[in-house]
Ligand binder design. Sequence first.
Ligand code: SF4
Length: 360
Amino acid sequence: MTEKDSRSTAEKLRLFRSLFSGLEHVYGTYDSASGRAYQVKEFVTDAVLLAHLKGKQPYGVYLLTGEVTRAVVADFDTEDLAPPLDVIAGARHYGISCYLESSKSRGYHVWSFADGNGVNAAKARAVFRHILCEIGLPKTEVFPKQDRIPTGSGSYGNFIHAPLFGGLVPRGRTVFLNVDDGSLRPYADQWAVLQNVELMSESLLDDLIEVNEIPVGMDPIPDKKTSLGVFLPLPGSLPPCARRMLSEGVTAYQRDSCFRLAVSLRKVGLPYDLAMATLLEWSQKNRPLEGKRIITRIEVQAQTAGAYLNQYQGCGCDHHAVQPFCDPVCTLFQKRESQAETASRPVNETDATAGKGLDK
Ligand code: SF4
């Protein structure tokens, strides 16, 4: 019996409800023949959730209850994976974990879940808007679509289709995809993913809002100058090889070079959007040999997202893309030289040196 099989229906329902809940007296659904979406003014009972999981009737959740939401979702209507991956990398830069779902017909949802009984929707939306603006996607639809539902307004906001609709799961839709191993395939055990989601806290949102001066309660206008290719002063110092690669461009191994540069930019604290802008600017300096083309925007995005999604720390000193730009003035170079010299020294010479030290 697999781990998946060992979970009872009651456990699955509890877990599903803990993540995909909001208003309890209304939900959304759609007619699978016509695709027409509509509202059902009935309680979200276990039977409703079970019908969804078994593929009988889809369930759409109204996330917003008053001023609180249990999740935030960025909605992408196209099959281009770069934008949702950019959001995931951008959110991770701020310590927010996101989960990529293939939505019901085409496109993707990027989910982030709140801890406790939910977080303030205006704050969560403001932080997500900030991330979307930073990566140049300010018009992306975010659920919940409102900051609050005024009491007695009679409005419910907008519902979003919940994942794991039984009728679509076998087709690889409405399932969570593995971003971390780079395969982007559905996780074999979807329930394990739900069981282990990392939750976003309101205190984290408060910190991000304060530190980054994010306006709450309005959609900030993106600063095109900082989103599109302006090389701002770096908050730390890059190694000499990276500085040379950035200023001169490269003639070979553009993707590897882009990845190594993105790692260096991440390590000195450059936000993801500025790293993207910097590397797009850098790509235009490249002079590929033998009639090869310059690395494309999508390729730059893929390499940058890879560097920002993972926590590679090495400088890539021995990498064929980096070696031609290595500079002996680098302190790391000097340290490596001295270590190599010590390692190659004859044993008796090392002993003699050690002995002299002890005689003093
Ligand atoms: S040793 Fe060379 S390759 Fe490594 S960080 Fe320094 S300059 Fe770059």
